[in-house]
Design a protein around this ligand. Structure first.
Ligand code: ADP
Length: 439
């Protein structure tokens, strides 16, 4: 490192002389005046010598105490603070900086040779090699084109591309040329990629959801307007037909209301998904209340419902939402599993996968059961094994989606076991309230 000999920590004679520079003429004039006064007898030589010594001492003290006037270079300032000297940003340093970035980043020189890239970039473009031409390694035509344009125009470029194998993924590429830097007088080109896949998936899901919801609403709406037309036209004076049509219309209107109700519940639960419900809910009386509420349906379907409590449990939760969960499960068992003539509900205590204490409520029916391929998709919105049957039962296809969302909010889980001809068991697992000391 360069170091000015005149600005050391311990100034030597030449440095001292340099520091005295601003006062040199004053000192010289004072010494000359004292010498003349002594020579002409106006001042005693001893007094003149003492005065000269005093002037020199003051000048020296001032020079030593004065801080260095010349501004230090940035590197020297860093030195004073005890840090390492700044070096030009070399390629190694660039690699170190981008290594920790979460998104894929590739740095190219103006000839499009690879200067640096980070591990996420290698995952997207495994053919990347330091020092080699990037346009060969980047097998994405849209990105290659964007790099070419950035190099030619010296302006930032943006491109989108997708991969089909092994799974669909979408990316956005930004290509930004930099100003000249040390070691790369023509500047560098920074290529960053952003994974748009999660965003796209959410967009697709939202579009699917709106399409499904509209379709579900349109079907009863079409039925309603069809019957209105018939009642205004051909069936105008047919009292018997009118009664029958009005009953159907009422049912269709009820179906629309149920659908809207479920949609609103879903969005409300999603909105509060991050807030964990805290109110203590005693599950045994809650289950009995749900079963009492569904007694009419059970009788209509000639199904016997039993509730067995092997161990009572209180869980932190939202009472209304938990009622909704068990209503949905018991209602499904009564609707789809009625042929089994029995529905058994058991409340027990068990250990969760992480060893935590859980309350488990299983709702078991002895109906036709569900084929394995449907099980993972049952909690998707609007997914039904048999659309016709679900509609005939007044189902919206949103029941189990609601159950899943409510349980997520409660940090719980839903287990589904079933096989064709063997009935179905839906088990709700909920973390229990931390046991009080007396428990
Ligand atoms: P739905 O409003 O159609 O009942 P759900 O989300 O509650 O919607 O259920 C989704 C589908 O899962 C139902 O349409 C039905 O095909 C199937 N299902 C749910 N519970 C049972 C069960 N206990 N036995 C057989 N199939 C069931």
């Amino acid at each position: 490192m360069r170091r000015d000999p005149e600005r050391g920590d311990e100034p030597g004679a030449p440095a001292l002389w340099a520091r005295l520079r601003p006062a040199r003429s004053v000192i010289g004039a004072s010494l000359l005046a004292l010498a003349l006064l002594a020579a002409f007898g106006a001042l005693h030589p001893l007094l003149a010598a003492a005065a000269a010594a005093f002037v020199l001492a003051v000048a020296l003290w001032g020079a030593l105490a004065r801080p260095d006037a010349a501004p230090a270079t940035p590197a020297e300032r860093r030195d004073d603070a005890g840090g390492a000297a700044l070096r030009p940003l070399d390629d190694e340093a660039i690699r170190a900086v981008i290594a920790g970035l979460p998104d894929p980043v590739i740095v190219l020189d103006r000839e499009a040779r690879v200067i640096a890239f980070n591990p996420p970039a290698r995952a997207v473009a495994p053919a990347l090699r330091l020092g080699e031409h990037a346009l060969l390694a980047l097998r994405m035509p849209a990105v290659v084109e964007a790099v070419r344009r950035a190099l030619a125009l010296g302006e930032p470029q943006r491109a989108e591309f997708s991969e089909r194998v092994p799974v669909d993924r979408w990316y956005e590429a930004h290509v930004v040329p930099s100003a000249p830097v040390a070691g790369h007088p023509r500047g560098l080109v920074l290529l960053t990629l952003r994974d748009l896949t999660p965003l796209r998936r959410v967009e697709e899901m939202r579009a699917d959801f709106v399409a499904n919801a509209s379709h579900e609403l349109r079907t009863p709406l079409a039925a309603l307007s069809g019957f209105i037309d018939t009642l205004q036209g051909p069936a105008r004076d047919d009292t018997k037909a009118r009664e029958r049509f009005l009953a159907i219309m009422k049912e269709q209107a009820r179906r629309m209301a149920r659908l809207i109700d479920d949609l609103l519940s879903l969005s409300r639960i999603e909105l509060n998904a991050h807030i964990r419900p805290e109110q203590p809910v005693d599950l045994a009386p809650l289950l009995r209340q749900v079963v009492d509420g569904l007694q009419a349906l059970a009788q209509e379907r000639q199904v016997e419902v039993t509730v067995t409590v092997t161990e009572p449990s209180t869980v932190p939760g939202d009472r209304d939402e938990l009622i909704r969960v068990f209503e949905n499960l018991v209602e499904n068992a009564l609707k789809y599993g009625a042929s089994g003539k029995r529905v058994d509900i058991v409340l027990a205590r068990a250990e969760g996968p992480a060893g935590q204490s859980e309350a488990r409520v299983s709702v078991r029916d002895y109906g036709p059961g569900i084929a394995a391929e449907h099980l993972p998709r049952l909690t998707e919105r609007f997914y039904r094994v048999d659309v016709g049957q679900s509609r005939a039962e007044g189902g919206t296809g949103l029941g189990l989606a609601l159950v899943k969302h409510i349980l997520n909010r409660h940090r719980g889980r839903l287990l589904i076991e079933s096989a064709p001809g063997r009935g179905a068991t839906f088990t709700v697992c909920l973390p229990r309230v931390a046991a009080p000391l007396s428990d």
